[in-house]
Design a protein around this ligand. Structure first.
Ligand code: M6R
Length: 607
């Protein structure tokens, strides 16, 4: 999401920082800033908007000096504004930060009780206060002050800290958010991504989880959070700048498929309370007594996420849910009004049809909740309430990490409503929340085993069409699998509810039709196995997506992709991953323009 660059050396820092941040622009951001030390203190220059706006500001307020930190912010806590832009300065301490401080509410209260005054809505400023408090208490070593402050913080983060009292040193810390150090000659660099500093150096130290790194002009010292020294040899990067933007992956889409364990973890951070068996939706509090039904409106992949949402929310809360395509619903003179909760789902928050549907819902008196990936985008601003996924900017036109984080949002919404409707009891909620927290590791296992899908893609990639089948919560995943394949490989694909096959699509089946069947263990397993047997009996080629340990599926499928087990409501978050990989590898095999498929736009802001 956000971008970090730090410099300590003999050259003018501002230029290096801004150039580095420019290389990270592709990740998306809504404000930018630098802090550069000169003549006894650092000057912070920051503003809402793009780097061009920052550069203009820097002409009026130059920031000369040869130690500095720079940041591009993609808003998560607090809207995009000059005040919320990084760096945040408290006393002599300036801080930039990527990630989320999970316990920010408790920290804010604690700091306020101690007399701290805040100038922004961000969680980052709290960390600046914590470090500054250590310095004020007499800790002269910046690394020690940062270490003491880190002991107070939970979450996923990468921080870089600068102290006006010691401009020769930058201190950085990493926990579950990327960070690298670049080694120069009489100068060193820090960045959230190799791309930012690749034009300056190719000698890179990758900072690992739970490490603090102290960087001066000619020394880089690594230690863990307890102060134990660590050592690591630098690596020489041979990627081109474009390859580096994609972190070495061939396409953004593949990179984003691999980012999913991280973005799902980010979407869960700070929202799950395992002690109270409940979830928090960024201050959104929904009272099921106040509405009689929920209506989801969305387009494309967000519509498929909503269909999964219908399944999860009805199962957990027993509140009736309807799902509609925004482009259809808005022109139907929909029957909606007070007592309805309309949930608008949009990754970009800018889709014209979804926006028009929100206007319609509001005009008719319904309450509107937006689920979006982009803070302060138009749909959340128009809605009465908003709740965000934290997938980070999605560059590939084909939605992947936005989809799985939307499914996480559906699960959180389901638990929230289920607990409040009284249908979801504490022990079941606990079990489900526990399963939710295990998902990132299971997702990693799946995306790391892409080689099997690559081999399957080679075997079936020449087919003229594909059929995807699923039942229950797997039906929307069949739709999503077909959409992904169509979008990027231009192969015709249909997603069908498996039980509907005999009512028509069965006529398509012959030895040339690959049929991807979603058949994880669950209440409709036997039914789907029967549908699979019907395909097999007509010589269709079956690719089964099944649960690890399923010994029965072996004899009846041509290819079997085994996945870890999880709760039925959460299975779609795992089963969609092999379908994303399959589409990707089929398209790669065909050589299409995967990140920008023909005729498609990332954000559809016209009707
Ligand atoms: O930004 P939104 O979620 O509102 O976008 C909706 C669709 O345009 C989008 O999901 C589209 O279908 C994607 N290309 C799917 O990969």
């Amino acid at each position: 999401m956000c971008g970090i660059v730090g410099y300590v050396g003999a050259r003018q820092a501002t230029l290096i920082l801004v150039n580095g941040l420019r290389k990270l622009e592709y990740r998306g951001y809504d404000s930018a800033g630098v802090a550069v030390w000169n003549d006894g203190q650092s000057r912070v220059v920051r503003c809402r908007g793009k780097l061009a706006a920052l550069e203009e500001k820097l002409i009026k307020e130059p920031a000369p000096g040869s130690t500095g930190i720079g940041h591009t912010r993609w808003a998560t806590h607090g809207r995009p504004s000059d005040e919320n832009a990084h760096p945040h300065k408290v006393g002599s301490i300036s801080v930039i930060h990527n990630g989320i401080i999970e316990n920010h509410l408790a920290l804010r209260q604690e700091l306020a009780a101690g007399g701290s005054k805040f100038t922004s809505e961000t969680d980052t400023e709290l960390f600046a206060h914590l470090v500054e408090r250590e310095v004020r208490k007499g800790t002269t070593d910046l690394t020690a002050a940062v270490r003491a402050a880190l002991a107070k913080v939970h979450g996923a983060y990468a921080f870089v800290v600068m102290n006006d009292k010691d401009p020769s040193t930058l201190v950085a810390a990493k926990n579950a958010s990327p960070m690298v150090v670049g080694l120069g000659d009489g100068e060193n660099f820090i960045a959230s991504d190799v791309t930012a500093i690749l034009s300056e150096t190719r000698k890179i130290i990758f900072v690992e989880e739970g490490e603090i790194v102290t960087v001066t002009r000619d020394k880089v010292t690594l230690s863990d959070f307890d102060g134990k020294p660590r050592t690591r040899e630098p690596k020489t990067i041979t990627w081109s700048a474009t390859q580096a933007e994609k972190a070495g992956f061939k396409h953004y889409m593949l990179k984003e498929i691999h980012e999913q364990p991280r973005s799902v973890a980010d979407t869960l951070v700070g929202r799950v309370d395992l002690e109270k068996d409940d979830v928090y939706l960024d201050g959104v509090e929904l009272d099921p007594k106040k509405f009689k039904r929920i209506i989801f409106i969305a387009c494309g992949t967000s519509y498929h996420a909503s269909l999964v949402g219908e399944f999860i929310i009805e199962a957990l809360s027993r509140i009736p849910v309807e799902v509609d395509l925004a482009s259809e619903w808005r022109y139907r003179d929909p029957i909606v009004g007070p007592g309805d909760l309309v949930v608008a789902v949009s990754q970009s928050g800018e889709t014209a049809d979804t926006m028009a549907a929100v206007r319609e819902a509001k005009a008719k008196g319904a309450q509107v909740l937006a689920i979006s990936n982009v803070l302060e985008s138009s749909i959340p601003r128009l809605a009465d309430m908003a709740f965000y996924t934290h997938a980070g900017p999605e560059i590939g036109v084909a939605s992947t990490k936005a989809f799985t984080t939307q499914l996480i949002a559906m699960a959180l919404l389901g638990v929230h409503l289920g607990r409040r409707s009284g249908h979801l009891k504490a022990p079941q909620a606990r079990e489900l929340l526990h399963e939710l927290m295990l998902l990132p590791q299971k997702m990693k296992d799946i995306v790391d085993s892409g080689a099997q899908l690559q081999a399957i893609a080679r075997r079936y990639g020449h087919a003229k069409g594909f059929l995807f089948l699923g039942r229950g919560a797997q039906y929307p995943i069949a739709l999503e699998g077909a959409l992904k394949l169509k979008e990027i490989s231009y192969i015709h694909a249909e997603g069908y509810a498996a039980g509907e096959m005999k009512h028509g699509p069965i006529a398509l089946i012959d030895e040339n039709l690959p049929v991807v069947v979603l058949v994880p263990r669950g209440p409709v397993y036997d039914k789907v196995v029967s549908n699979l047997a019907e395909v097999r009996a007509r010589q269709g080629k079956v690719v089964a997506i099944a649960t690890r340990g399923d010994v029965d599926i072996g004899g009846i499928a041509d290819e079997i992709v085994m996945l870890p087990d999880t709760a039925v409501e959460l299975q779609p978050i795992l089963t969609v991953l092999p379908l994303q990989l399959l589409s990707y590898y089929v398209a790669d095999f065909k050589g299409t323009d995967i990140d920008q498929p023909r005729n498609l736009a990332k954000s559809v802001t016209v009707e």
